[in-house]
Design a protein around this ligand. Structure first.
Ligand SMILES: [Zn+2]
Length: 511
C-alpha cells in the first residue's frame, strides 16, 4: 500500500481508489487570456471528453452572457453520459441562468478567504454562510447537483472554511471544494485543509499551477479523501493554468494503479484542445508534448532499441501515442541503422560510420535531421544515383484583398504539369495547386506541418518541416526559404518525391 505521506494519519492508501474527473477546459480553461471557443468547438471538445469517460464537464459560466448560455445549452443538448455543469456565483440569478441552460448541476462559488469576503464582495463571514445555505437549498429544490467551492479556500481561515463548508453540506450540497484559486498552497497546507474537509462530506480538488505544484496538490487532496479532481486538458487556464487533467490521470494510473478515464484518448484530447484554443504545447510538456516519447541521443536510442522501457516510465500507447526515434547531433550507430532500416536501406559497417558522421555534422549545426537528409546521406555514401519523380519548377502565389490563389509548375516523371488552386491563405492555395497538379497520385496524407523562423526579423528565413505518409510509408522533410509559401511547397513536393520513389505505379497513370 502506498500513501503520499507515509503513514500520516490524514491520508489513506491510493491503491484501488475510485477517483473521477470534472473537466473545466470549457470554463476555467477558456478563461485563459486570448482563448474563446465557439459553440461548435465547445461541443466537439465536450463530446471527446465524454468519449474518454470524463464524469463531469463544466461547460461554462451561464452568468457571462447570452452567447455563453447558448454554448452551454449546446453542450447540454448533446445528451452526454457525463454530467454537464455551469459555474455560478453566489447569487440566485446565476443559479436561474444555469437552470435556463438545462445543466445537470452547478459549481457554486462563494467567497471563503477574508480577502474575498470583505474586500471583493464587501460582506461578512456570517452573511456568506447564511447566503450559501439559502442558495444550496434553492438549487437543490430545483433538482440540481450542487458542488460548493469556497473561493480562495487555500488562503482562507481554516476554522471559517470548515464552518462554511459544513453549513453547505448540512444544507444539502452534494460535494464541497476548497479551490487553490491563485495556486498559492504547498502540499502540507493542502493536506491540512483536506484532512478537515474530508470529515464533512465528499470533496473535490481544484488546483492551479502557479508554484508548479498543481499535480502534487491534487494528489495530496486525493490522498486525504477527495474523490473528484477538477482539471483542464493541457493545463490551460488562468495565469499558469489549472492542473492538467492528463497529468493527474497518468500519475494516478502509473503511480498508484488508480484508473480514472480512458488514458488512450489523452493525446488526441491534447491535440484537439491545442488546435481549437490556439495554445500550442511545449515540446517538453508531460504526457502530450512532442518530445514526451521522442529519443534522440545515441545512448537512449540504443537502449530503447534493446528494451522499449529503458528510457520511458510507461509505454506511449497508454496515452494514445507512438514512440519516435529522431536523429541529431547525439545520434549513434544503432539509431542510424534502425532509421535506415525503416526505409529498407541496409548499409555495411564502414558506410554506416560515414552516414553517422554526416548526421552528426548536420545535427551540430542545430538542425533536426529529417528522413530526407538521412536518405540523401545514404545515397551519397553508397554512391547511388536517384532520379527524382516529382520536382518543383515554378511557383507563384498571390494574396491580399482577394481570394488567395497560387499556381505551380511541376516536373512529374519527366512530364510538365501546371495547375492552380485557391485556399484560406497562400500556403493553403499552393498546396491545393500541387495536389491538383498531381491528381490522385498525391494520395498522400500530411501528418504534421511545422514552421520555425530562424531569425527574428521580417526578413527571417523560415524552415518548414512536414511529415507525410502514403500507405504504410512515412517521411519527414524540411525546406528553408525566406518565403514561407515556397518553403512549404518545396517540403511537400520533396516528401511526395520520396514517398513515390519506390512506388511502381506511374505517377500520372490514374487521372
Ligand atoms: Zn480555477
Amino acid at each position: 500500500m502506498r500513501t503520499l505521506f507515509g503513514d500520516h494519519p490524514a491520508t489513506a492508501p491510493l491503491d484501488g481508489r475510485d477517483v473521477q474527473f470534472l473537466d473545466t477546459t470549457l470554463r476555467d480553461g477558456e478563461q485563459a487570456p486570448g482563448i474563446s471557443l465557439t459553440p461548435d468547438e465547445k461541443a466537439e471538445i465536450a463530446l471527446a471528453l465524454d468519449e474518454a469517460d470524463v464524469e463531469f464537464v463544466e461547460a461554462g459560466s451561464a452568468c457571462t452572457g447570452p452567447g455563453e448560455r447558448e454554448t452551454i445549452a449546446r453542450v447540454t443538448d448533446l445528451g452526454l453520459d457525463a454530467r454537464v455543469t455551469s459555474f455560478a456565483r453566489g447569487v440566485e440569478n446565476d443559479v436561474d441562468l444555469a437552470l435556463d441552460c438545462g445543466v445537470d448541476g452547478i459549481n457554486l462559488v462563494v467567497p471563503a478567504s477574508d480577502r474575498h469576503v470583505e474586500d471583493k464582495v464587501d460582506s461578512t463571514r456570517e452573511a456568506v454562510v447564511a447566503e450559501t445555505v439559502e442558495l444550496v437549498e434553492y438549487a437543490k429544490e430545483h433538482g440540481l447537483w450542487v458542488e460548493v467551492l469556497g473561493e480562495d479556500g487555500s488562503r482562507a481561515d481554516l476554522e471559517f472554511l470548515t464552518e462554511l463548508m459544513g453549513a453547505a453540506v448540512d444544507a444539502g450540497a452534494d460535494r464541497i471544494c476548497a479551490p487553490d484559486t491563485v495556486g498559492h498552497a504547498t502540499p502540507d497546507r493542502m493536506l491540512e485543509i483536506y484532512a478537515e474537509l474530508s470529515d464533512l462530506g465528499p470533496t473535490s480538488m481544484h488546483t492551479h499551477d502557479d508554484l508548479g505544484l498543481a499535480v502534487m496538490n491534487a494528489l495530496v487532496g486525493v490522498a486525504a479523501g477527495a474523490d473528484l479532481v477538477h482539471g483542464t486538458i493541457n493545463g490551460i487556464g488562468e495565469r499558469a493554468g489549472n492542473v492538467a487533467l492528463e497529468e493527474v490521470a497518468i500519475a494516478l494510473d502509473h503511480g498508484y494503479g488508480v484508473e480514472t478515464l480512458d488514458t488512450e484518448m489523452l493525446y488526441d484530447l491534447g491535440q484537439l484542445v491545442a488546435s481549437k484554443t490556439g495554445v500550442p504545447l511545449a515540446p517538453n510538456k508531460a504526457v502530450v508534448g512532442e518530445n514526451a516519447f521522442t529519443h534522440e541521443s545515441g545512448i537512449h536510442t540504443d537502449g530503447t532499441l534493446k528494451d522499449d522501457a529503458m528510457y520511458e516510465p510507461y509505454p506511449p500507447e497508454k496515452v494514445g501515442r507512438t514512440r519516435r526515434l529522431v536523429l541529431g547531433k547525439h545520434a549513434g550507430r544503432a539509431g542510424v541503422r534502425a532509421a535506415l532500416a525503416e526505409h529498407d536501406i541496409e548499409v555495411d559497417a564502414d558506410d554506416l560510420g560515414d552516414v553517422v558522421e554526416r548526421v552528426k555534422r548536420l545535427g551540430d549545426r542545430g538542425k533536426r535531421v529529417t528522413d530526407a537528409d538521412l536518405l540523401t546521406f545514404a545515397e551519397e555514401v553508397q554512391g547511388r544515383e536517384r532520379e527524382r519523380r516529382v520536382e518543383l519548377l515554378d511557383l507563384t502565389a498571390a494574396s491580399g484583398s482577394g481570394t488567395p490563389t497560387a499556381s505551380v509548375r511541376l516536373q512529374v516523371d519527366g512530364e510538365e504539369r501546371v495547375a492552380s488552386g485557391t485556399g484560406s491563405g497562400p500556403v493553403d492555395a499552393a498546396i491545393a495547386a500541387v495536389k491538383s497538379a498531381l491528381g490522385s497520385a498525391s494520395n498522400a496524407q500530411l501528418d504534421s506541418y511545422h514552421v520555425d523562423a530562424i531569425t527574428g526579423g521580417t526578413d527571417a528565413v523560415v524552415t518548414v518541416e512536414v511529415e507525410m505518409s502514403r500507405g504504410d510509408r512515412s517521411v519527414t522533410v524540411a525546406a528553408s526559404d525566406s518565403d514561407i509559401t515556397t518553403a512549404s511547397v518545396r517540403a511537400m513536393v520533396d516528401s511526395l518525391d520520396r514517398l513515390l520513389a519506390d512506388a511502381d505505379t506511374p505517377v500520372l497513370a490514374d487521372d
